[in-house]
Design a binder for this molecule. Structure first.
Ligand SMILES: *[C@@H]1O[C@H](CO)[C@@H](O)[C@H](O)[C@H]1NC(C)=O
Ligand SMILES: *[C@@H]1O[C@H](CO)[C@@H](O)[C@H](O)[C@H]1NC(C)=O
Ligand SMILES: *[C@@H]1O[C@H](CO)[C@@H](O)[C@H](O)[C@H]1NC(C)=O
Ligand SMILES: *[C@@H]1O[C@H](CO)[C@@H](O)[C@H](O)[C@H]1NC(C)=O
Ligand SMILES: *[C@@H]1O[C@H](CO)[C@@H](O)[C@H](O)[C@H]1NC(C)=O
Ligand SMILES: *[C@@H]1O[C@H](CO)[C@@H](O)[C@H](O)[C@H]1NC(C)=O
Ligand SMILES: *[C@@H]1O[C@H](CO)[C@@H](O)[C@H](O)[C@H]1NC(C)=O
Ligand SMILES: *[C@@H]1O[C@H](CO)[C@@H](O)[C@H](O)[C@H]1NC(C)=O
Length: 569
């Protein structure tokens, strides 16, 4: 029943956005609303917590021991998440990482988070722990080789959340960052028409996409293909675009697999993130590349690779991983010089200036004890690339691979890691999310995916998964008959939940005239997730009134969006 009838009805619509201003006076250290602006302030931030009271503790620094500052003992209860924040400043070093370690009595250490602290100003260190044990811990603040006396730590705060409270907080954030409140106002000459009018809202395309990796097996199985395209609108290929696949023999490029998968994706309206132009790990070069000793020769073949793959798919991808894992590895830097990655990004941005160019790393959000690929280091690496001459305006992106270990994820750490990665202002994606099978695999995956979806810096998620036939054997979503596994049920549930269901709302006549004597009616306020919509206005008593228009609901429009429709018969 989607009839357009512009012949008799003239419809005008306006969007009015009403920004609801937040208080902006104090900040909540445990939510990320303010967290992206948390660095380097002259006064330690006066933090408040919206859940202050139950579960909130202000912790005292009570001991300095060599290199570490110790905070009083706190008792953890298994299953709870503890968000911890502190203001830190250095006495005389200009810039240095300061970390927070939680030590349990059996000597077990959990790294809770870190920040790049500075001399002249206070930085907010955030993080914490999702406790998989009960008992007392000590909290330490430390920086490599720096005496405790060199670090100022102030305002150490901890907030306890049980599972229900954490989930509630995520849901509140999702409501705030992924949705807008919308109200329709309908004006019409004929009062009775306003009265019976109904607005039908259908989402054509959601803004946020939960995607899924795919591999060449999709070309061999019609059922895998159908399974995939009926669910996902976003993908990345596992190995098929990699150099070791496209140029097995020097000088003999073969893009058969990548081309076929690209075509399959395009035919089915699935967007593709390219993976990967280069990979900084020596082990994953084509075997003939590994044998090259002459830097000039390597430079020549590398330039050819960049041009070949990026020109081939130019204009067809929504993002590129450019130099995969260049925080953990430095093959090209070792062979071609310290600025190799920066130069590759510079070239890439000339070939594809309009899509985000990602730095894609592992262990950035998923592993709290990581010291190499930590969020602070990933951020620093991206800053180095952008500060290279000519790179100032490149569109960057941060990909956190998110291969989680099969155990309780540390959600407080993950949140603080996303804060740090997001503080660059580039889009952050989870690019290869999975977890090996374990008794709570599905529960943990749900916690991880919800944590990402409720973080404002996260603009996309790609899971590393598939049906059994695809060979993704960690996160298997369907069995050999394509019946959902429990993990498959979870993904289908989230896909559905993160799209907007169609809604029908009626206009209520408020008997109110506008300046031109029209009758004005309003719909109730509804919450709609960001995306593109088709809106249809009908009235059962006037069969001829059926008119549609497109509407985009975006974050930029503010929390309350009013859509004014004027209908002149
Ligand atoms: C900072 O100052 C102390 C003395 O106050 C000195 O011992 C220390 O070496 C200084 N550290 C740095 C990194 O300059
Ligand atoms: C979590 O805490 C809230 C608030 O104290 C409480 O009402 C609720 O029962 C708790 N839920 C669980 C699962 O412990
Ligand atoms: C108003 O609408 C009603 C119901 O469709 C119709 O019967 C009536 O003639 C209309 N009046 C005017 C003034 O258009
Ligand atoms: C290119 O790759 C495809 C798929 O792997 C393979 O079937 C084909 O034989 C290759 N072509 C050449 C010339 O090697
Ligand atoms: C690299 O390419 C340049 C320009 O094409 C060429 O002159 C040079 O000989 C090549 N170097 C090697 C080692 O192949
Ligand atoms: C990297 O580039 C910067 C800026 O051009 C330059 O100062 C530096 O010497 C280069 N480093 C190396 C190792 O080439
Ligand atoms: C799996 O799917 C097949 C075919 O769709 C169906 O016949 C079968 O009953 C399903 N098995 C289970 C355990 O659901
Ligand atoms: C409404 O539609 C009917 C046919 O469905 C047509 O006969 C009639 O003229 C239309 N009236 C108006 C006011 O458009």
């Amino acid at each position: 029943m989607k009839r357009f009838n512009y012949g008799f009805f003239h419809l005008v619509f306006f969007l009015i956005s009403l920004l609801l201003l937040g208080s902006g006076l104090s900040m909540d250290p445990f939510s990320y609303e303010q967290s992206l602006k948390s660095e380097c302030v002259m006064e330690p931030p006066q933090t408040t917590s919206n859940t202050e009271g139950e579960g909130f503790e202000e912790l005292k620094i009570n001991e300095k021991r060599g290199n570490i500052k110790v905070v009083e003992r706190v008792d953890l209860q298994k299953g709870n998440t503890y968000s911890i924040s502190a203001s830190v400043k250095l006495r005389n070093d200009t810039q240095r990482k300061v970390g927070m370690t939680l030590r349990w009595k059996n000597g077990k250490n959990v790294f809770g988070g870190e920040v790049m602290a500075k001399k002249a100003c206070w930085s907010l260190l955030k993080g914490g722990i999702t406790a998989d044990f009960s008992g007392p811990i000590h909290i330490f603040f430390e920086s490599n080789d720096l005496a405790a006396a060199e670090i100022h730590v102030q305002n150490v705060r901890m907030q306890r959340f049980n599972k229900t409270q954490w989930r509630l907080q995520q849901d509140q954030l999702i409501e705030k960052i992924r949705k807008n409140k919308v109200r329709f106002q309908l004006s019409f000459h004929n009062k009775s028409t306003v009265k019976g009018s109904v607005i039908y809202i259908e989402q054509i395309k959601p803004s946020f996409l939960l995607g899924c990796a795919m591999n060449y097996r999709i070309l061999e199985s019609q059922t895998y293909k159908e399974w995939f395209v009926s669910r996902f609108r976003l993908t990345s290929f596992t190995n098929e675009m990699k150099w070791y696949t496209t140029e097995v023999v020097r000088g003999q490029e073969n893009y058969t697999l990548a081309d076929s998968m690209m075509n399959l994706a395009e035919e089915n309206n699935v967007m593709v993130k390219g993976h990967t132009v280069l990979w900084d790990d020596q082990r994953w070069q084509p075997s003939w590349v590994k044998r090259i000793r002459n830097p000039e020769d390597l430079k020549n073949v590398t330039l050819n690779r960049i041009n070949s793959v990026m020109k081939r798919y130019k204009g067809r991808l929504i993002a590129w991983d450019v130099m995969n894992e260049n925080v953990h590895f430095s093959y090209f830097e070792y062979m071609l010089g310290g600025n190799a990655s920066a130069i590759v990004y510079s070239m890439a941005s000339k070939l594809e200036p309009d899509i985000p160019l990602f730095l894609n790393e592992f262990n950035t959000v998923e592993y709290d004890n990581e010291r190499v690929g930590s969020p602070v280091n990933v951020k620093k690496r991206m800053e180095e690339i952008v500060s290279y001459p000519g790179n100032k305006n490149i569109k960057g992106g941060i990909g956190a691979q998110a291969h989680f270990a099969p155990k309780q994820p540390n959600l407080a750490y993950m949140r603080s890691a996303l804060d740090t990665l997001g503080s660059l202002g580039f889009p952050v994606w989870l690019t290869e999310v999975d977890m090996a099978k374990c008794p709570n695999q599905v529960k943990y995956m749900e916690e991880i995916l919800r944590e990402a979806y409720s973080h404002p810096a996260v603009k996309g998620i790609i899971i590393y998964a598939g049906p059994e036939v695809s060979g993704f054997n960690k996160l298997t979503l369907a069995d050999k008959d394509f019946n959902n596994t429990e993990a498959g049920d979870l993904i289908d549930k989230l896909l559905q939940e993160w799209q907007q269901e169609p809604v029908e709302i009626s206009i209520q006549n408020h008997e109110h005239n506008d300046e031109e004597g029209r009758i004005v009616g309003f719909s109730p306020e509804i919450s709609l997730s960001h995306g593109h919509y088709k809106v249809t206005v009908t009235n059962p008593s006037m069969k001829n009134l059926s008119t549609s228009f497109n509407l985009e609901i975006t974050k930029e429009m503010g929390h309350l969006q009013e859509v004014q429709l004027v209908i002149d018969a």
